[in-house]
Ligand binder design. Structure first.
Ligand code: GAP
Length: 463
């Protein structure tokens, strides 16, 4: 039986076991920026690989891309981000906390339209002022809300002192790199509509509120896929991708259905014609995990207009020419990482009355697949045998050699990082060439011949 997991549980484990650290921690941290520690780096890599396999490797009409973080500033003018990518920012007059007014309102069941002017959102806020309160001091006295643009600016390539008037931007979403490379991909590969372009990479946003750990970061990573379709097929393809992405969480990540939810946006981002979120039940409630959007032909059309380059597709069979519509799937590595940690985190009461914390990660996501222990640290022959076993496995799996403390403690440590199997070399091993293999979830132990270890792991680690 597991008690309800809190955000404090997750943050504490993430720090204690080297999954996530605050950025620049020795300088007191840096708001909404985080680093992955040694196990976090492995988990994030495994998440990226799983998504890439699902989207690119297993779909012969989806290709990959790795576009730059920096692009011509014209890209962001055309995409609408310079003019329209903003959140309504207000300040609590009592404690000076900056708040997102749309979030304040959302918390009390009032939904602001993305396209509202500052005047309209301030009217909505004053109509609902009695219901809302500052998340820090609980007062409800706010300054007027003003649109705050989320794009992060830089002086790249601008050597004047006055660069902020003509800034370059760190990309606010990875998919713009896909749209501006649409023609390059079309001309250089054999893709035919419908086809997709997928990309994983960093994105940057000047998020107003920095709370909830790695849920909302200012530097984060997105895994996005843009699926280019004939306009007549967009609704069918949209439903298809909604189903596929939902099934990914159930079948590939093993999420419980009751922890997932569909949320339909009534008010879309400036580029979208339809938008559904897959929400995950984080300890702070159901919140957006992944967005699936019908982006119409907004991006290709505006980039064609701004660049003067034709961005269209000609059907080689019928000769029909059209600007494809786009179905987008978009999820953050960091947000999936947090959902995966929350889903896997389990506190169990053991038969002896003690408790253990175990990360029941899908095996393919576990940072370490196999831990190898010599039963005792100071016995040379046990150490040598354990090293031999470790060396024989390390080229196939991410393994860890551990001879610190007693075996019970080593099990607890591996449980907390989600290692599926622990292999112990004891005195019997020296006689019968067998090892004890202990399963993370059942805690059952079995004796296995060293010569059979590889095939045992191969069979069991593939799930
Ligand atoms: N290209 C569409 C797009 O960027 P979005 O809803 O703004 O849409 C898509 O973002 C996904 O990216 C979100 O569902 C979330 O998983 C992730 N994401 C967005 N902002 C984030 C942030 N500040 N920190 C971490 N992940 C974020």
């Amino acid at each position: 039986m597991s008690k309800e997991t809190t955000m404090e549980d997750i943050v504490s484990l993430a720090k204690r076991r080297g999954f996530v650290f605050s950025s620049s921690e020795i300088y007191g941290g840096f708001a909404a920026v985080y680093d992955f520690g040694p196990y976090g780096t492995e988990l994030a890599k495994n998440i990226r690989e799983l998504w890439w396999k699902e989207m690119v490797q297993e779909n012969d009409n989806i290709v990959g891309l790795d576009s730059s973080i920096f692009m011509s500033p014209r890209v962001w003018e055309a995409s609408g981000h310079v003019g329209g990518f903003s959140d309504p920012l207000a300040e609590c007059k009592n404690c000076h906390t900056r708040v997102r007014v749309d979030h304040l309102l959302e918390n009390v069941g009032v939904f602001a339209d993305e396209k509202m002017s500052d005047e309209e959102i301030n009217k909505l806020l004053s109509e609902n002022l009695e219901k809302v309160s500052c998340p820090k001091c609980n007062k409800n006295d706010f300054s007027d809300a003003k649109s705050f643009n989320l794009l992060v600016k830089s002086n790249l390539g601008n050597f004047t002192g006055d660069w902020s008037k003509e800034p370059t931007y760190l990309r606010g979403e990875t998919c713009q790199g896909i749209h501006v490379n649409f023609k390059n991909v079309l001309d250089s590969s054999r893709v035919k509509v419908p086809f997709g372009i997928a990309q994983i990479g960093k994105a940057f946003r000047n998020e107003i509120t920095a709370r909830q750990f790695i849920f909302r970061k200012r530097e984060f990573e997105q895994m996005e896929m843009q699926y280019f379709v004939h306009p007549d097929d967009v609704n069918k393809e949209y439903e298809n991708w909604r189903e596929k992405r939902w099934n990914f969480y159930i079948n590939k990540l093993g999420f419980k259905k009751e922890n997932l939810n569909w949320h339909e946006h009534e008010n879309f981002a400036f580029y979208a014609k339809a938008a559904w979120d897959i929400e995950y039940k984080f300890p702070f409630g159901f919140k957006e995990l992944e967005g699936i959007h019908n982006r119409s032909n907004h991006d290709l059309s505006t980039h064609a207009k701004y660049s003067g380059v034709k961005l269209a597709y000609r059907n080689p069979q019928t000769g029909e020419e059209f600007v494809p519509w786009v179905v987008e799937t978009s999820v953050g590595v960091d947000r999936m990482f947090l959902a995966v940690l929350c889903e896997a985190y389990t506190q169990e009461k053991l038969e002896d009355g003690k408790e253990r914390i175990v990360l029941k990660l899908p095996y393919k996501l576990a940072p370490v697949k196999v831990a190898v222990f010599p039963l005792l640290k100071n016995k040379k022959d046990l150490q040598e045998k354990a090293r031999e076993v470790f060396d024989s496995l390390k080229s196939k799996y991410m393994c860890e050699y551990d001879d610190n403390g007693n075996v019970g403690k080593r099990y607890r440590r591996q449980d907390e990082i989600g290692t599926p199997y622990c292999v112990t070399i004891d005195f019997d091993t020296l006689e019968d060439s067998s090892v004890t293999v202990r399963n993370r979830d059942t805690m059952e132990q079995e004796r296995i011949k060293i010569e059979d270890l590889e095939s045992f792991l191969e069979k069991n680690l593939t799930r």
